[in-house]
Design a protein around this ligand. Structure first.
Ligand code: C5P
Length: 405
């Protein structure tokens, strides 16, 4: 892989030397780009010695540009990694500034960008930095959360750059997920090209009052991975999602909702045009009957309070009951007797297929990998633990086989 390693000004810059060594040792090509701040901490020559290439540090140096212009350099990279990423760099990237070589490269590329922020704990906690991080995440940049511990400034807290080995592994992991998505996408084209796929993902939030809600731990990763792989395979994908912190996969039409009823309304609007509906959302079964319009006050001497909950519509069962229904796929997240419960759900909700997974201690929700058992009335396929992108590919393959009878 061709890795463009951006190094910005911070004491953690010295750790980028070890990161360079790890990339090179694993057979990757590394081109280091340093900001002027980074050069205050470390000599470009050290990176040159480790990467085997002169460091780039200027946008306007005629000699450097003569070798490979900055736009060419942005295209050369398969992956951009910025480690350490200073608070200043995060702010510049968020604003889309291009006042040095590194930020210009980031603006002039469509390649994946991974950031490993490192800074003093108060700089990290600052609302401005947190806002910058949130916006960059929304735009699809991969941001590795800084570690906690003793800092160079003597303070203790969150803001340390993750260790080079952890950054190295995160880059390799991201690359693997991309390759798997691409591979699954091209294999699946024969069936999914131009098929209309409707997917729900994530949790739903049921409001108690303007500041409190009932939610669940669904991250949305499974539904988003299916949407991403299906779009790569040429499907027209509409993704209806509850509140999640995930970027929209390329080529996917995303509709954001909050509650089960909002999700239901969006599904009712779109199901008829779909060839297939995959219900991966963890929909709340109940909602608060009467959400308060103002924040509920804590009443002195009251030890208990009762919330009346009423049943939410079962979205997937509703779709499965329609005359013009698409092929309907549900999920069954269970903590025990997974397959038995899932089979029962398949019949009760009249689904065409159900994907059963075990959730609980260290499994299912919030994770990058998972295992699934796919069931139809007549067939069963066990998918052992693998990444959610691999699972998405295998799941869409099984759906296409089932849809073709
Ligand atoms: O009954 P249970 O909630 O376990 O069923 C899970 C399946 O039903 C999932 O596919 C989920 O997306 C869907 N579901 C739904 N509407 C609900 C509850 C669950 O579509 N209100």
């Amino acid at each position: 892989m061709k890795i463009l390693l951006g190094v910005t000004g911070g004491i953690a810059a010295y750790k980028a030397l070890e990161l360079t060594r790890l990339f090179v040792k694993a057979g990757h090509q590394v081109q280091v780009v340093m900001t002027s701040g980074a050069k205050e901490f470390i000599q470009p020559l050290s990176f040159q010695a480790l990467s085997g290439h002169p460091v780039r540090d200027s946008l306007f140096d005629a000699n450097q540009e003569a070798g490979m212009g900055h736009i060419e350099l942005a295209r050369w990279a398969d992956q951009i990694v910025i480690a350490p990423a200073s608070a200043e760099t995060l702010a510049k990237l968020r604003m889309g500034r291009a006042d040095d070589l590194l930020t210009t490269l980031c603006l002039a590329t469509d390649r994946p960008i991974m950031l490993a922020p490192a800074m003093n704990r108060l700089m990290w906690r600052n609302a401005a930095t947190q806002e910058n991080v949130a916006v960059l995440k929304q735009r699809g940049l991969d941001i590795l959360p800084p570690a906690s511990g003793e800092q160079a400034c003597g303070e203790v807290g969150e803001g340390r750059m993750p260790e080079p080995q952890a950054i190295f592994e995160a880059v390799m992991h991201a690359e693997k997920a991309r390759l798997q998505t691409q591979q699954a996408g091209s294999e699946l084209k024969a069936f999914w090209q131009n098929k209309a796929l409707l997917i729900t993902a994530g949790p739903t939030y049921e409001d108690i009052d303007p500041v409190r809600f009932i939610g669940n731990r669904s991250s949305g990763k499974m539904g988003f991975a299916i949407a991403e792989v299906a779009a790569k395979a040429g499907a027209q994908v509409i993704l209806i999602t509850g509140p999640v912190a995930l970027p929209t996969p390329e080529g996917v039409k995303r509709i954001d909702v909050r509650s089960a009823r909002q999700m239901f309304a969006a599904v009712q609007q779109h199901y008829a045009a779909a060839d297939c509906f995959i219900s991966a959302a963890a929909v709340a079964d109940f909602r608060v009957e009467q959400p308060a319009s103002q924040k509920l006050k804590k009443q002195q001497d009251v030890e208990e309070m009762t919330l009346t909950l009423v049943k939410n519509p079962d979205i997937v069962a509703w779709v499965a009951a329609q005359d013009n229904k698409p092929f309907v796929v549900g999920f069954a997240a269970e903590t025990n007797d997974v397959v038995d419960y899932a089979k029962d759900k398949l019949r009760r909700k009249k689904l065409d297929m159900i994907c059963a997974n075990q959730v609980g201690e260290g499994q299912g929700f919030e994770r990058d990998d998972n295992a699934l058992t796919l069931l139809t009335e007549t067939s069963e396929k066990v998918l052992p633990t693998m990444s959610k992108h691999e699972l998405a590919g295998a799941l869409l393959r099984f759906v296409s086989q089932s849809m073709q009878g």
